[in-house]
Design a protein around this ligand. Sequence first.
Ligand code: FES
Length: 105
Amino acid sequence: DSDWTRLCATGDVPEGEARSFTAAGKRLCVINDGAQFYVLDDLCTHGQAWLSEGYCDTEDCVIECPLHGGLFDYRNGKPAGDPAEKDAPTYAVRVEGEAVLVALA
Ligand code: FES
């Protein structure tokens, strides 16, 4: 069983957008695609940029890194466009009432 940590409120992340929150010393990118919440490491695996500051495309389910335009599938962290090569770590998410919980273990 995982340990669930409260990351933010559902209302903190507008539909179709990404926001950054920190839990347990980890900076995370939270995406609300309208149907579901997703959480991945906020730091891009390609360089020094925050994915939460990039463009979120809910049609293709990708987040675009603001620095070099690398694309990541936010559902599983898989690289989806150059120069992204390494998976972005993702975390299990659960919504309980108005709380977005994440499994960091
Ligand atoms: Fe994100 Fe280069 S830092 S694509």
